[in-house]
Design a protein around this ligand. Structure first.
Ligand SMILES: Cc1ncc(COP(=O)(O)O)c(C=O)c1O
Length: 429
């Protein structure tokens, strides 16, 4: 059991043993991780808060005007009624059209119509409810989003196994994934593929995608049932020449019966609308009966959990998809702003004068980049940066930190990294 859960149980046994006795097995196992959210909370009053998974300006969030203004354009029938469990139908169609436009290699016949989720985390949980039994193996890169552990390991007792996606020099490599899949002998596996990656901001190139897809194909052809869960939270935030379709498309096009590609995506990051809670789940299958069965089961899971998602948010996303011309320009402007921050970050972090302090992991997309810091404890560095430099960063593990350049103005980026170097130098003494 996680030590934080143990601690909560002990506290409850003292404060109210009767309630401690009432907890279910899952209730006993549950805890609130000391992860990104608590580190973010501690950095709340810093001048440069590069902890959060949003995109911000100095004094406001980065959003699209059309989406901000949408609520005064909705009519009461688009706000107050229940949405159906699977989401409002025109929104499902509009999102599917968006997917097909962005993924020219994807054939409409090879996918289910996207079902609306209460954003991506809800989709992750639906996948777990539907496909994960206790002891099933989830394969993840070592650099992964912390919430997977709570969803798959804590809630569903899955076994999480990790492989490195970076070599010692910090360069992306497919070698370990390929080796892990080659040596995999069980009859079922869940692969979570999240690119642009949180926390490193890496998206594979077309050649790297070919290698990944071919390794997954070989594993499936050897008889393992493969669930390939594509977490496309940061889809579209690409700043270099990378594979810009979804891995969902490449895997769906393999047309293997024992390989099930599942795509989770949504408005959260793509539309700069974190709090709207609109996401989608789609399956890469072509058989019509299979499509209907999967949809019925997902609807049942939604009905028995949140019943249905929020109508105002769904109507808002529908509205902007119907007004795509203006909206796409606004979104592109935000992406351009992030791209400019990315360029400055790239120019700064590889400067040789910082070589004594860190090594950057390859990055080319998304909100974040990660550094392996030399000779300091990331947690100590994090606290030192808050206290002495008014800078918030995330301590990822024993060696790495994550910096959200999505939350730092372009002109402040050199100062932020220079201060991180100074803080490391302070602690190296
Ligand atoms: C990789 C990844 N997947 C999923 C999510 C969750 O997204 P949502 O807010 O839509 O639940 C996040 C959010 O930070 C994320 O970084």
């Amino acid at each position: 059991m996680n030590p934080l859960a143990l601690d909560l149980n002990e506290q409850l046994s003292k404060s109210n043993p009767e309630i401690a006795d009432m907890l279910s097995d899952l209730g006993k196992l549950m805890y609130y991780p000391k992860g990104i959210l608590s580190q973010s909370a501690e950095a709340k009053s810093t001048k440069y808060n590069a902890t959060i998974g949003m995109a911000t300006y100095k004094n406001s969030k980065m959003y699209a005007d059309t989406l901000n203004g949408v609520f005064s354009n909705l009519d009461p029938d688009e706000i107050f009624p229940y949405a159906p469990p699977q989401g409002i139908e025109p929104l499902r169609d509009l999102w599917q059209q968006k997917m097909l436009k962005e993924n020219p290699d994807l054939n409409v016949a090879d996918m289910t119509r996207p079902i609306v989720t209460n954003a991506l985390t809800h989709g992750l949980s639906i996948v777990a409810d539907m496909f994960i039994d206790s002891g099933d193996t989830i394969l993840l890169p070592t650099h992964n989003w912390g919430n997977y552990k709570l969803v798959y390991s804590t809630r569903h007792s899955a076994d999480i196994e990790t492989y490195d996606i970076f070599d010692d020099a910090g360069h992306f490599t497919t070698e370990n994934l390929v080796a892990t899949l080659e040596n995999y002998t069980k009859d079922k596996v869940v692969l979570i593929l999240n690119y642009p990656n949180n926390p490193t901001g890496y998206t594979p190139t077309t050649d790297e995608v070919k290698t990944i897809v071919s390794a997954i194909k070989s594993l499936a052809e050897r008889g393992t049932n493969v669930i390939a869960l594509i977490d496309d939270a940061y889809y579209g935030l690409f700043y270099e020449d990378v594979y810009t379709q979804s891995l969902f498309t490449a895997l769906t096009n393999l047309h293997l019966d024992n390989l099930l590609p599942i795509r989770l995506d949504g408005a959260t990051k793509e539309f700069f609308a974190w709090g709207l809670r609109v996401g989608f789940i789609s399956f890469g299958v072509s058989n019509e009966t299979t499509k209907q069965v999967l949809e019925a089961k997902v609807k049942g899971l939604i009905r028995s959990n949140i019943s249905s998602g929020p109508m105002p948010s769904q109507s808002a996303v529908k509205y902007v998809l119907e007004h795509a011309d203006t909206f796409e320009k606004e979104i592109q402007k935000n992406i351009d702003t992030l791209q400019a921050r990315y360029e400055v970050t790239k120019a700064v972090v590889y400067d040789t004068r910082y070589a004594p302090y860190w090594k950057a992991y390859d990055f080319n997309s998304g909100y974040f980049m990660a550094l392996k810091v030399h000779g300091v404890d990331p947690e100590q560095l994090r606290l030192h940066l808050i206290n002495e430099y008014s800078i918030g960063i995330i301590a990822l593990n024993d060696t790495d930190i994550r910096i959200a350049f999505s939350c730092v103005e372009k002109d402040d980026i050199p100062h932020v990294f220079d201060s991180i170097a100074k803080a490391i130098a302070d602690l190296q003494k």
